[in-house]
Structure formats: structure tokens, C-alpha cells
Design a protein around this ligand. Sequence first.
Ligand SMILES: Nc1ncnc2c1ncn2[C@@H]1O[C@H](COP(=O)(O)OP(=O)(O)OP(=O)(O)O)[C@@H](O)[C@H]1O
Ligand SMILES: [Mg+2]
Length: 441
Amino acid sequence: MDNLTPKEIVAHLDKYVIGQRDAKKTIAVALRNRYRRMQLDIQVQRDIIPKNILMIGDTGVGKTEIARRLARMMSVPFIKIEASKYTQVGFVGRDVESMIRDLANVSMGLVKKEEEENNQEKIEAFVENKIIEQLLPPLPSGATDAKRADYDKSFTKMQEKLENGKLDHLIIKVDIKESSNFDDSGMPTHIIEVQESISKVLGGLNKSKTKEVTVKEAKTLLAQEAISELFDNDNIKEKAKKRVEEGGIIFLDEIDKIAIAKSSGSSQDPGKEGVQRDLLPIVEGSTVNTKLGMIKTDHILFIAAGAFHVSKPSDLIPELQGRFPLRVELDALDEEALYKILTQPQNSMVKQYQLLLGVEGVELIFKEEALKSIASYAFRANEKSEDIGARRLHTIMEKILEDISFNADEHSGETIYIDEELVVRQVGDIVKDEDATRYIL
Ligand SMILES: Nc1ncnc2c1ncn2[C@@H]1O[C@H](COP(=O)(O)OP(=O)(O)OP(=O)(O)O)[C@@H](O)[C@H]1O
Ligand SMILES: [Mg+2]
């Protein structure tokens, strides 16, 4: 998945996000550029820093959706965070450096999972051996060839039974190392370090515990054990670190919330500006201490997004603006786009409601004119009151299906048609009335 071409990335996003071609293209190119860079000489690589992206678009037009879809398809460490949740260093709250620590944790998880998947056979062999050791009396040293052959035969038989789950109910003893896995996401580094040295000391004592469990339970327990036995943790950490430094992506959502609108007339907000200042070195390239060691942030790609309704990109401090040279604007959604969002994406809204009511045994069928009319009402409602983009479709759909959804249990086994008449009846009057639209939709 790492070396998809820009066209392939866009094609993937197209399955879920309607329109917004510019944004998709820019992101796809930025991702491909990292792959291109990695193919170059190490000297040149160092000089090529990623160009960060600023996505500007009204609320509900797909900014977060693009990021979410990207995250699921890419096998690079990726996190999406709200810029507004950070506080300036020295204040109570999360400091911006913690985003790199979060990213490091994501990377670690990613690499571990890959190692597991790539070494499935090794892990299974380890588990099998450990269990069979318990069930078969060991072969004495200096056994004859005949005995050895016998042993091998029983071993194979045992193996078969084990795989078929025929031994699952037996009780065996297994030795499990006591691991000290703290959940340390978001904890300051110095505390993590203390914890790590404690667990090293404990680990040095190699404390293990004998447990009596069923073979079935042993399979899971030993699989965990296999991972720590077979894989070198330092090696995994090293890989994870490299992943973050070379492929990490941070999606910085709601960046407009930390900009200070000059037009609002409010005096400077030192907290927000502080966060922006704290962000500078991280976006520009600095080192942050994490569980994986010191991480260089130079090549981490930042994609910032915001609606910029109240503030403008120019309300960010100039230094920060300059670090997001690629600007893409997302289009407002017209009636046609709304219609497509309703019907086209994989797991589109229509499909979601059909599946939900399907659980109650109700088959929901939307007539074509009904869908057109929903899109049209959504568009008009967005025009009349605030433009909340595709989220308007949700409010309208809820309104239309309100009774059906509530009484679904009475309609089990039935097919319900959603036609234009129902749509008009449910939302027609509301959309005509501006005030009602504001409150109800
Ligand atoms: N272009 C689009 N294609 C498909 N679905 C969309 C699109 N735009 C919005 N949606 C749907 O609308 C909802 C809101 O979109 P999203 O979360 O991406 O908004 P946003 O642009 O991040 O807005 P905000 O600025 O409020 O965070 C999501 O459920 C998403 O599925
Ligand atoms: Mg969003």
C-alpha cells in the first residue's frame, strides 16, 4: 500500500468521498513524493522536506472524511487530532509534543501487527511445541533410532489433534512471563522512562508464573509469549521509529480554532498563539523524546484542515502559515453532490439506513424521486440557514425516517417504500419556513 500511484490513491478515495478532486490530488501527490524521495540518494533525501498541506473548506464537505479514509488505507503511522485540544507548554493540558508520542505508539502497534502477520507460522510452531511438550513425555537422551521415529510419529499425531481442536479441553501447565505492559499513551516521557527502567529491573529477574489452563487458553497465552520470545523488541522499536520518521502523517484538524480572528476584535489570545508557536518547531523539524527514542519530525507530513469561517488562514501566525505551503480549497456541496453522497459511496447513507432497519426485518426501499427530493431539500436548507454540508442529509433523513424507525418492530417482515410524497410531508413545510429549518433540521 505504500507505493500506490497518485491515481490509485485518488481512485481509492473516490470510492468514499464525492468530488473534492483538488484535495484528493494534492494529498495523493504529497504521499507519492515521499515514496519518490525514498528512492533517492541519502544525501539528496535529507534535503527534500515534505510540503505540508492546508485544506480549507466549509463544515461538512469531507475534510475529515478524506483523512479518515486515507488512514484506513495506508500502512503508515497516521493520527488525526484536533488542534484545539492542545494547550501551550507550561499550562495544564496536553502539550503539542504528545502528538509525536501518540504517533510513535501507533507506529509501534503497526509494526508489531505486521511482524505477527508475517510470522504466523513461526508463532504457531512455537505454540504447538510448547503445548506438546506438556502432553508428550520427553524423549530421553540417547534414545534409539526406533524410539525416535516412534516419538516423531506421536508428535505428528498430536499436532494434528491440536490443530483440529481435539485437545482444547485438556488442562496443562504453562509458564508465562509476567509482563509489565503499562498503558502509557499520552504520559509524559519522564514517567515512561521511569516505568521502563522499573520493568527492565523486573524483567531482569525474569519472573515467570506457572499457570494451569486449558489447551485452548494456552494457545492464546502462548501466542503472546511467542511474540516476546521470538521477536527482538529493540528491533521492532527501531523499525517503528524509522516508520514514523519517514512515513508518519499527522492530520491536524480544526486548525482554524487556534487562529485568532483579527476581525472578531477580541484581544490577542495568548493560549492559542502559544499553541501555534509550540507547533512551529514540530512542523519545521525537531526531535521529540518518545518511547521509541528521540524522533526527528523533519519528514513527518502534516495535513491541517479547517473551515476558517470566523478566522482566515492569514490569522495564523505568519511562521505557521509559511509551513503549510500547499493550499487546497474544498468545494461547497451542490444539489448534485449531495445526491451522490446520499447514494454513491460504499456504505452510503441510504445503505446505512437500509442495513440498520434490516436488523429489525424491515426492508427499506428509496424511490429515485424521493432521493432527488431529499438532496434538493438538503441543499435548500443549507442555503436558508447555515451551510452544514453533507451533515444536513443526516438531519433530513432522520426526520423522514423518524416514525418508521420508532415503530420498526411493528413492521418486521414488511417492505417500506420511501417516496417523494413522504419526503415532502415530513420536511416540506419545515424547509419552507426559515425559522423552523434552523431549529428542526
Ligand atoms: N464529499 C463527500 N463525500 C462523501 N461524504 C461526505 C462528503 N462530505 C461530507 N460527507 C459526509 O458528511 C459528514 C461530515 O463530513 P466531514 O466530517 O468530512 O466534515 P468536515 O469537512 O471535516 O467538517 P468540519 O469542518 O465540521 O470538521 C461525514 O459523515 C461524511 O461522510
Ligand atoms: Mg472535520
